[in-house]
Design a protein around this ligand. Structure first.
Ligand code: E4P
Length: 218
């Protein structure tokens, strides 16, 4: 399973890219709203230059024509951009048109396997079931990921499943066990995945013992 970073924060992307484990980035209007002093186009261009893999940038039109117009413009900003489109009738119509044009899409705000299936049938490159937001309302978000992956495998559907709205490291493990192609994780969760108190304690002990060894052999 690949890991994408779910943020529009340039510093976080820089740090994660340096570590070398992320294969893409997802943004949305709410994530962009947390960043100050940078415009949409500038942010998308800068992020696309920082990672090789797909960078999802969301359209804000609600009608198909507007979505396609925005998407075609955004697609000129960088070769690795993917257009994020909400799963609505207009979103599916726009996705079909964009797929014919060869523009990559990430169908977002997905909350059911049926929505995911429709996204795939419309020609989506990626579909993003929102795990955390489903959990928040008492549903099993990861089951939507697992069901979607199973359905796609049943029919050899090429659309990749991104487990989104990830809230903690256990979500990432569960997404990998459910065979999601990708999990898009907030920077905080990426850091939590790296850390383990036994790793820290182990390094401390090794350093103490190394000091003793160097002291003895000096
Ligand atoms: C995914 O692409 C979305 O940007 C994101 O995962 C939404 O997460 P949230 O539910 O924490 O806002």
């Amino acid at each position: 399973m690949k890991i994408f970073l779910d943020t529009a924060n340039i510093e976080e992307i820089k740090q994660a890219a340096r570590i070398g484990v992320i294969s893409g980035v997802t943004t949305n209007p709410s994530l962009l709203a947390k960043e100050t002093g940078i415009g949409f186009e500038e942010a998308v261009r800068e992020i696309c230059a920082m990672v090789d893999g797909p960078v999802s940038a969301e359209v804000t039109s609600l009608d198909a024509e507007g979505m396609v117009r925005e998407a075609m413009e955004i697609a000129t900003w960088a070769r690795n951009v993917a257009i994020k489109i909400p799963i609505t009738a207009s979103g599916l119509e726009a996705t079909r048109k964009l797929s014919v044009e060869g523009v990559r899409t990430n169908l977002t705000l997905c909350f059911s396997p049926n929505q995911a299936l429709l996204a795939a049938l419309a020609g989506a490159t990626f579909v993003s079931p929102f795990v955390g937001r489903l959990d928040d309302v008492g549903h099993d978000g990861m089951q939507v990921v697992a069901d979607t992956v199973e359905i796609f495998r049943n029919y050899g559907i090429q659309t990749e499943v991104i487990a989104a709205s990830i809230r903690h490291p256990l979500h990432v493990t569960a997404a990998a066990k459910a065979r999601a192609h990708i999990a898009t994780v907030p920077f905080k969760v990426l850091m939590q995945m790296i850390q383990h108190p036994l790793t820290d304690a182990g390094i401390k002990k090794f350093m103490e013992d190394w000091g003793k060894f160097v002291g003895m052999s000096a």
